[in-house]
Design a protein around this ligand. Structure first.
Ligand code: ADP
Length: 418
């Protein structure tokens, strides 16, 4: 980019031992501050620097990079045009340190002054964002970075820095912050709504469930088969509603870290067997089978592990409408037990596989096929497994089926869950 000869000449001049020169731009914005130099050398140097700085000035101007040099012994401040524009100043304005501080936002003056003074005193990098209120009354955010240079006796000689107008960046950052705050607020309101709605629903549903059972008993005694048939359908639907409300309650409790766990030692095979039996009773379309060995001891909440299994089994049935079997497998190594639920249903595309463990995530095409749900079962299940220090994962082939599995650490004496 620079003229090679000009650079070579400049290097030779420097090698000749001349020091203490400052650069001068072709526009005359950053004049040299010659000290103790003979005229011939000075002229040569100016010629070289003239060539050297022309493209550099053009470049700096084109990217609106402000250049600042403060000559400490002479108490003289020099800015290029871009820098002056940051403060709404015309190119011919004489700048001083006092004018600079005057043009800063009152709240940023003291910090900027302290940062610069500290940088000079401690030979540290000056790096700061501040607001300038320009002569044109415009507020601009400026990012400045620089440092002080010292003479042979360690006396501060000049303080140089570059400045960039970052107003647009700050505006976008502020907008993003506002949007994030708004999203958090909406998320909070949604959580509050879910919590309130599920609590409000729980009481009437429990009451309906109680009366349904009373009616079932009554119909049984009266030998009313038709009423019993309708009541059993009603009961099935009520159970689905209760599951949904319980999931909603769990999710609200999870948000505030108040999901209860009653930990104890339990036999994993027994929990799997009981859950499979209960779910089998609710379906005529699928045959559920268990493979694996009994005798795996786990320390944790067996009801919550049962809840995870219910979710995986009902999903396996729900998302395999054209299949007729689901296999539950239990295995164990030295440290972990693994339970997997395999179905032969619609499967899940890779793009969705990790996301389905997120709150309210549903694969749209499966939802369109009429499967009901809120997209919270897997989220809750995953959280329960994590709380037991296990891991949950899914393997799936679209159109062939899915295998959801979770691990649980085997019971070890003297170790309890956090
Ligand atoms: P829900 O089933 O209530 O929508 P879940 O959190 O249990 O919520 O599941 C999230 C999504 O993961 C479901 O909407 C479905 O798209 C997908 N999914 C879960 N289990 C299976 C499965 N066995 N086969 C195919 N897709 C599944």
């Amino acid at each position: 980019m620079f003229d090679a000869m000009a650079q070579q000449q400049l290097i030779s001049l420097q090698a000749a031992g001349e020091q203490n020169f400052s650069y001068e731009s072709t526009t005359g914005e950053i004049p040299s501050a010659p000290r103790n130099l003979d005229t011939t050398t000075e002229q040569k140097k100016e010629q070289v620097l003239h060539m050297y700085h022309q493209p550099l000035d053009l470049l700096l101007e084109s990217i609106e990079l402000g250049l600042w040099r403060y000559d400490l012994p002479l108490n003289r401040l020099v800015w290029n045009n871009a820098c002056k524009r940051h403060f709404g100043l015309s190119p011919d304005t004489e700048v001083t340190l006092d004018l600079f501080y005057e043009l800063l936002h009152p709240d940023d003056r003291a910090t900027t002054r302290q940062t610069m003074e500290r940088s000079i005193a401690e030979n540290s990098i000056y790096d700061i964002d501040y607001r300038a209120i320009g002569m044109d009354n415009q507020l601009r955010w400026i990012h400045a970075t620089g440092r002080c240079f010292y003479d042979d006796h360690n006396k501060p000689e000049h303080f140089d820095c570059i400045m960039v107008d970052i107003t647009e960046r700050k505006r976008v950052e502020q907008m993003l912050r506002q949007q994030t705050d708004l999203l958090k607020e909406l998320e909070m309101r949604k959580d509050e709504f879910i919590s309130m709605a599920s609590h409000e629903l729980k009481t009437p549903i429990t009451s309906i469930k109680g009366y349904t059972q009373m009616l079932q008993n009554h119909s049984k005694k009266a030998g009313d088969g038709q009423a019993l048939y309708y009541l059993s359908i009603m009961n099935g639907q009520l159970n689905k509603l209760i599951d949904l409300v319980n999931d909603m309650l769990d999710i609200s409790r999870m948000q505030v870290g108040k999901l209860n766990f009653r930990d104890a030692l339990f036999d994993l095979y027994t929990v799997v067997q009981e859950t499979v039996r209960n779910i089998q009773a609710t379906t005529h379309t699928h045959q559920l089978s268990i493979e694996g060995v009994p005798g795996v001891q786990i320390f944790g909440d067996n009801d919550r592990i049962g809840q995870v299994l219910i979710n995986l089994l009902t999903n396996a049935i729900k998302y395999s409408p054209h299949a007729n079997r689901v296999i539950v497998h239990i295995a164990a190594d030295q440290e972990y037990a693994t339970v997997s639920v395999q179905d032969f249903g619609i499967g899940i595309d890779e793009a969705h596989r990790q996301k389905i463990f997120e709150r309210f995530y549903q694969v749209h095409d499966t939802a369109e096929k009429g499967a009901s749900g809120l997209g919270i079962g897997l989220y809750i299940s995953n959280q329960i497994i994590k709380r037991h220090e296990g891991r949950m994962k899914v393997e799936s082939v679209r159109g062939e089926g899915s295998t959801f599995s979770f691990t649980l650490p085997l019971f070890q004496r003297g170790k309890s869950l956090s």
